[in-house]
Design a protein around this ligand. Structure first.
Ligand code: GAR
Length: 187
């Protein structure tokens, strides 16, 4: 059995989608979902789904080894950032080589970097007049959104699209591909 841990900062709709995808599959188990926001909706979802949800603060992430030690103890086969907005500490990246992946709601290297998350990304795509956007699943390295790309999927954007409709299209791609790519990486 493979074990995964997810980190999320917000709503957690990807976490829920991944949890539902693997709920009847015995080969993969979500051992914990860690969130840096006490009031994040993802923690409510964990309660509903019967998954371990844990909150941690900035100190336990950046100034001590608390989160690092929790991750070491859980021995995950994959650490998955699913809408997680803090930069991963270098020590953590070194401790889990090729085991931390992230999903970004655009076609990297476009629209990545510090501060580029969620609707800000979709707004930038809309403002640019680009005719396509998509998702990028990639390994995490010490720079925001720069690790090796594992998978990208595209969707068309038109002048009629709003930030909301772009977000919907991108979420649809995330729900379709993220669990499958995780499954492939674990196989
Ligand atoms: C997702 O669209 C994910 O790609 C994005 O945050 C959203 C989280 O949604 N991540 C980033 O922007 C990372 N830079 P969710 O909480 O409903 O899964």
């Amino acid at each position: 059995m493979k074990k995964i841990v997810l980190l999320a900062s917000g709503s957690g709709s990807n976490v829920e989608n991944i949890a539902r995808y693997f709920q009847d599959k015995e080969q993969v188990k979500i051992t914990a979902v860690l969130s840096n926001r006490r009031d994040a909706k993802v923690l409510d979802r964990c309660n509903r789904l019967g998954i371990n949800g844990l909150y941690f603060n900035r100190n336990s992430f950046y100034k001590s080894d608390v989160v690092q030690d929790i991750l070491m103890a859980l021995k995950p086969d994959l650490i998955i950032l699913a809408g997680f907005l803090w930069k991963m500490p270098e020590k953590m990246i070194r401790s889990f080589p090729d085991k931390i992946i992230n999903i970004h709601p655009a076609l990297l290297p476009k629209y990545g970097g510090k501060g580029m998350y969620g609707d800000k990304v979709h707004q930038a795509v809309r403002d640019s007049g680009d005719l396509e956007t998509g998702i990028t699943i990639h390994y995490v390295n010490e720079n925001y959104d720069e690790g090796t790309i594992i998978h990208q999927a595209k969707t068309a954007v038109s002048t009629e699209d709003t930030v909301e409709t772009i977000a919907q299209k991108v979420h649809a791609l995330e729900y379709e591909y993220f669990p499958k790519i995780i499954e492939q990486l674990l196989a």
